[in-house]
Design a protein around this ligand. Sequence first.
Ligand code: AMP
Length: 358
Amino acid sequence: MGYRLWTLDPDPASPCAQVADGHIAAPFDDPRALERLARESDLLTYEFENIPAAAVESLELAGKPVFPGSLPLRTAQDRLLEKAFLRGAGVPVAAYAAVRDEDSLPAAAAVTGFPAVLKTVRGGYDGKGQSVVRDLASAVAAFRRLRPLAAGALVMESLVPFEKELGVICARNAAGETAVFPAAENVHRDGILHLSLVPAGIPPAAEAALAAVALTIAQRLSLVGILCVEAFLLADGKILVNEFAPRPHNCGHYTLDACETSQFEQHLRAICGLPLGSIRLLSPAAMVNIIGTGGGDALAGLQEALSDPSVKLHLYGKKEARRGRKMGHLTALADCAGEAGRRVLAAHGKLSWTPSGA
Ligand code: AMP
């Protein structure tokens, strides 16, 4: 789109640094690095949830436009803040209670019942820092295990007996124009997003409710950019929001190949004050994440995986395929989401991580 890009990332080989016009390799909270980034830029954005919100605030204070801004980031970084915000906005969430010490576990369990999920309030994502608990004894054991990982409190929430997990992406620009992409059915494995199917195969009322929830969140946060919302669909058609992320690379990804405008282009349009593009779905699609196993950094089987011409490969340029790390994704387009899912999973089954050079 003709923009020039500078990036700040402590990793000299980070994916963004490989394509940016300039790279500042420094910690996210390095004041001099932030100052330089602000000096080099007309406009700033972020693409990671674990940067300190204070760093984003300092850029805002420097007088540069930062989208989506520090408020959405600060809210999404803290599960208790996030849930309180959602409740305040009238968005339904699972029953939850803060767990500040071991003694507050029985009172929290009285709110959530069992089974429940105990999660660290900060720093957890992709299923890290959480544990399903089925009674008070297992809650105490999980609390003792998770406490050292949690800088502050933990949160206990009811384990939701969902029919489907859903993900939806909403874009909003500074003029208040909004667009919501078609919802995806998300299948997680070990707490990490594994497969997305689009359309999600849910009743139109549920799709509309999810879109309305995403718009409410974006508007209440005055968010400019992309918002990803993860939600549970219950058997009675109701939606409960699990969490949200104010950044484009959180979920979706299928939009790169299957929508008229991708979520990434839409992010640029939103933050650069351009009109939003069409979110029309050009074809049913399925996306599967390529996750590191710790078994090596070289990806084998590309010939076989790409022998299906409907399959597209996206690799992010991360050097080390550590266990559980999102390294890339495959998308397949087909006449229906089920067929796209079969194709993309067949392709994914041909891939494996091997030691470099093997
Ligand atoms: P999170 O880190 O909150 O995104 O959780 C990762 C995954 O764990 C979710 O995508 C769900 O599959 C599962 N999960 C988290 N919280 C709950 C819950 N309260 N009830 C049921 N499943 C959950």
